[in-house]
Design a protein around this ligand. Sequence first.
Ligand code: CMP
Length: 139
Amino acid sequence: AIERTFSIIKPDATRRNLTGAVNAVIEKAGLRIVAQKRIAMTRAEAEAFYGVHRERPFFGDLVAFMTSGPVVVQVLEGENAVAAYREVMGATNPANAAEGTLRKLFAESIEANSVHGSDSAENAKIEIAQFFSGNEIVG
Ligand code: CMP
């Protein structure tokens, strides 16, 4: 079924001017960018977004990283978009990411891993709602 997922192009990628290169891979994979904006994520937004990781040892560093530069938040639409985008991204740790995936192509480390994508359709809805109002998404 056609579904939507939430994506973030992270500060390591925007810093290296890779927004267009990331988007080219997304679009080539058949996913449609139906909403997109470049923002400076606030500390509160990053803490809320990554709330499930609050107790993890990397949480503080992760929040610092996500607020260290611009990010591009996106809504992607397509057939099985959640799973399809996870395949396009590759493994969280670029050392384990398959050839041709965004993290293999662009990620610097497990933290500075260039992109985020929702892990379920349910979380996609929650994440999209954190950053976009309905009229900003044009399918
Ligand atoms: P993301 O898919 O955005 O979800 C959580 C993020 O935490 C992950 O990508 C990485 O950027 C970051 N992270 C940093 N260290 C780790 C780790 N050891 N395991 C998983 N994620 C990590």
